[in-house]
Design a binder for this molecule. Structure first.
Ligand SMILES: Cc1cc2nc3c(=O)[nH]c(=O)nc-3n(C[C@H](O)[C@H](O)[C@H](O)COP(=O)(O)OP(=O)(O)OC[C@H]3O[C@@H](n4cnc5c(N)ncnc54)[C@H](O)[C@@H]3O)c2cc1C
Length: 489
């Protein structure tokens, strides 16, 4: 090692939402903090910068949301419908979406503290606005726990956090890749080894917060843990989240936790780049499948497109498309297309007055598609009216798969088809932490000096995921890690 730096108390690895939350929390407790970021400065912010800034939190009453959006004029506020999202509902959603696998202690912590995390964000100058991607939500109302996004979306959250971190004295070093942990004679973690533009160095502080994301951008680890089918998948986020510190942490005794064979993925535009870019970021998402049918290249349906709100089933749809060879088609008629979110670009659609026309353009088996639509249309029940603002129970039954909600016939031209492919967002496996975000060893004993936050942790998510929980998880664990690392460092 060429250099040593022992000036402060907490080193944070990774400058996304979790890392900034940790750095701000440690600095507000008086610690001297250095944050190491692998990316060069223009590319800082991690996957967090690529998000829509959408966040999920629990609240009992519309008025509890008011203090997060003080800029909204009272007259507008009075007209907006916001359904309560109690803590227990948040817990139930996390349980249900994880098929009851999520760590009960971790998800209870997340749901119970989520409102307090929002208050803490506001104390630290992170500003919020109503989420923008659902068309007409201001008129039709917000339900289901996702009401707000950061002002400026993903770029907004990391800009506001970075500004706050710098304001309270955090030192940020870019192009600094932590690649190993430094331990003392008793097995406690005291620092990291870093590769930077000037070579290799130690950063030794006394406590380390690992907030360096998952392994979604590492094809070798994806193949190892998720399976061969994930080797060449498109990556929605940053190229830098390659799981560098997972093995080193496990080598010093950290316990792994969670769904290592699972990941967050979704359906995206086939023209998306292989590795996410700031331009593509969240804009390539295609998750308005609730309003039509989804078919594979043979023209066959393979999911219940109306099983739940898209934000609560989009990960299983991403996985289902992956099982169809990673490619599928969303088909809408003139009625369904009215409900597509703003990320659908009509210029990217195959449009035709007949199903045969769109099948020919998109490369779907035309006979298969015609047969599927005929059977689906015959199965649509008219006993309930179509209502896109609730789970309307308007079903298609007697077909496989059924469609549980929002089933309307695909019958009014022009027909519109969007091709989609699977894109990986982030991985679910990580390190086991306690409520201090301290990493536990194989005997569930906290490892002195070692903390983890955000995508580095495991146990919160399995299989599915209610949208907006990633940013909450990062802020919750980052804040806890920073507070406790500062006390210990
Ligand atoms: C396109 C997209 C849209 C999304 N939309 C949403 C949304 O709207 N709401 C939501 O809740 N979640 C969303 N997510 C998920 C969300 O991004 C993550 O759950 C969360 O931001 C992860 O935060 P993090 O700080 O753990 O990781 P990141 O934000 O990825 O930060 C990790 C940082 O660590 C750095 N790093 C990696 N390795 C090293 C190393 N060895 N040394 C130093 N630094 C290192 C990386 O460069 C990166 O800056 C989205 C993700 C993507 C990709």
């Amino acid at each position: 090692m060429s250099k040593a730096d022992k000036a402060g108390k907490v080193v944070v690895v990774g400058g996304g939402n979790a890392g900034f939350a940790a750095a701000i929390a440690a600095a507000e407790k008086g610690a001297k903090v250095v944050l190491l970021e692998k990316a060069p400065e223009p590319e800082y912010g991690g996957n967090s910068r690529y998000t829509a800034g959408l966040i999920r939190f629990g609240f009992d009453d519309k008025e509890q949301v008011r203090k997060f959006v003080p800029q909204v004029p009272q007259a507008q506020w009075d007209k907006i419908r916001i359904n309560p999202y109690p803590v227990q509902k948040y817990i139930d959603d996390l349980k249900l979406k994880s098929k009851w696998k999520a760590d009960p202690e971790l998800i209870r912590w997340m749901a119970e503290d989520s409102y307090g995390v929002m208050e803490w964000f506001v104390e630290h100058n992170v500003q919020w606005t109503f989420l923008t991607y659902i068309p007409n939500a201001i008129e039709t109302g917000f339900g289901d726990g996702i009401v707000l996004e950061t002002v400026g979306g993903g770029p907004g959250i990391v800009e506001m956090e970075r500004a706050e971190a710098l304001r309270i004295g955090v030192e940020i070093r870019y192009q600094s890749t932590a690649y190993d942990l430094v331990t003392d004679d008793t097995g406690g973690v005291t620092g990291v080894k870093v590769r930077g533009p000037d070579g290799v160095s130690y950063v030794e502080r006394g406590a380390v917060v690992l907030a360096s994301g998952g392994f979604e951008a590492n094809p070798e680890m994806r193949t190892r843990y998720l399976g061969p089918g994930w080797n060449v998948v498109k990556v929605r986020g940053v190229r830098y989240n390659t799981g560098d510190l997972l093995d080193p942490a496990i080598r010093v005794g950290a316990q792994s936790n969670g769904h290592w064979a699972g990941c967050h993925c979704t359906t995206i535009d086939p023209t998306s780049p292989d590795l996410g870019t700031l331009e593509s970021s969240d804009k390539t998402n295609k998750i308005s499948f609730n309003w039509g049918i989804s078919v594979n290249a043979a023209g066959e349906r393979f999911i219940d497109e109306g099983k739940d709100w898209n934000t609560k089933m989009y990960v299983s749809v991403g996985n289902a498309v992956s099982e169809q060879g990673g490619r599928a088609f969303q088909i809408f008629d003139a009625v369904g297309v009215e409900h597509l979110d703003q990320r659908y670009d009509p210029d990217a659609a195959f449009i035709g007055d007949t199903l045969e026309e769109i099948a020919a353009q998109a490369g779907i088996d035309p006979a298969g598609l015609a047969h599927t639509v005929e059977k689906f249309n015959a199965a649509v029940q008219d006993d309930k009216p179509f209502d896109p603002t609730v789970l309307d129970g308007r079903a298609a039954v007697g077909v496989s798969p059924v469609k549980t909600n929002w089933a309307t016939r695909i019958e009014q031209p022009p027909f519109v088809c969007y091709e989609v492919v699977t894109g990986i967002t982030f991985t679910f496996g990580g390190l086991r932490v306690d409520r201090n975000a301290q990493v536990l060893d194989q005997g569930n004993v906290p490892i002195r000096g070692l903390y983890a936050a955000g995508e580095m942790t495991g146990g919160f998510f399995y299989y599915q995921y209610p949208a907006g929980s990633g940013l909450m998880c990062g802020a919750l664990t980052g804040r806890a890690a920073g507070w406790h690392a500062a006390a210990q460092g």
